[in-house]
Design a binder for this molecule. Structure first.
Ligand code: NAP
Length: 283
């Protein structure tokens, strides 16, 4: 526990529900490790109170904050500058106060890609199949494309949401966008970005293509609670390599910490230490 001083900088996370967030533990750990005089607190804020909460955060001179569900889109109307990536992704998860100007970023997609590479999975030239087309899918697809994925196929019920991702990829990246699953294609990486597999849907597997999964497939789930979703368990039984959402959570936090503090972290070491901190989640 870091003692606060008259110089302590205030950071936090705003969302609802927020009771189970791991962010305060993560940021407090990094503050101690990198000797930063900061406090990081979780605030349960409803949609109705978001604007008031942000006005309060600004008025008391906080230095930055993370934003989680369900406010990652609404926050965009409450800040001054949004960087180009967060604009393409259409959501913000990190806000930094730079001399009174509030800057928005999105570290989710970058965090996801860092977690894959830190776990030894390649992104470059890979054929990726993404299940779901919500906010997290947009961030993940954008960053996978930027990191050299060869093609990105989005499988979801909503043609409109799929098109939004297609437009984003086609306008801003070199990856090939495919709007429907192709049984003849061998996908290298299959990612669940839907809430299927997480409470109260913990018995649901969103993947309709389990027969296409083999020992050469990497199956990844953005969910980290449970740490092994039904999708990951069934993929593992087919010999696939699996990757869960805890690494994404940790890496988006490390990247947010760097934006907040200007510190250059040792990502690999910090990642390993934070994985150990949450080792009860280990697969
Ligand atoms: P979202 O914007 O609500 O998008 C969810 C997507 O999943 C939509 O395309 C939705 O389709 C689809 N979907 C919803 N229920 C489904 C079901 N039962 N079966 C199949 N598809 C379903 O949510 P999000 O913010 O992208 O978050 C998605 C998941 O990622 C959540 O589980 C969240 O916890 C996780 N996440 C993890 C991290 C991390 O750090 N590990 C970070 C962000 C998000 P429709 O719109 O057509 O219903």
């Amino acid at each position: 526990m870091i003692a606060t001083t008259n110089e302590t900088k205030l950071f936090g996370i705003l969302g609802t529900p927020i009771k189970h967030t791991l962010s305060p533990a993560m940021h407090s750990y990094m503050a101690e490790k990198y000797h930063v005089d900061m406090a990081y607190i979780a605030f349960d804020v409803s949609g109705e109170n978001l604007k008031k909460a942000i006005d309060g955060v600004k008025a008391i001179g906080a230095k930055g904050f993370n934003i989680t569900a369900p406010h990652k889109i609404a926050i965009m109307d409450c800040i001054d500058v949004i960087n180009s990536e967060a604009t393409y992704m259409g959501s913000v998860n990190t806000v930094v106060n730079k001399d009174g100007i509030w800057h928005g970023y999105n570290t989710d997609g970058d965090g996801y890609c860092h977690s894959l590479t830190l776990e030894g999975f390649e992104i470059s030239d890979k054929k990726v199949l993404v299940m779901g087309a919500g906010g997290a899918a947009r961030s993940v697809c954008y960053k996978l494309a930027e990191n050299g994925a060869e093609s990105i196929t989005v499988a979801t019920g909503s043609d409109e949401k799929k098109r939004v991702i297609g437009d984003m990829l086609e306008k801003n990246t070199k990856a090939l966008f495919c709007d429907s699953f192709d049984r003849t294609k061998l996908y290298d990486l299959i990612i669940n970005t839907t809430p299927a597999g997480m409470h109260p849907l913990e018995n649901e597997n969103p993947c309709r293509f389990m027969d296409c999964i083999n020992k050469n497939t990497v199956c990844s789930d953005l969910i980290y609670n449970p740490i092994k979703t039904v999708f990951l368990k069934e993929a593992s039984a087919r010999g696939a390599k699996i990757h869960n959402g805890l690494g994404m959570l940790i890496c988006q936090g490390i990247l947010a910490f760097e934006l907040f503090t200007g510190e250059k972290t040792d990502k690999k070491k910090t990642y390993e230490e934070l994985i150990n901190l949450f080792n009860y989640y280990r697969i």
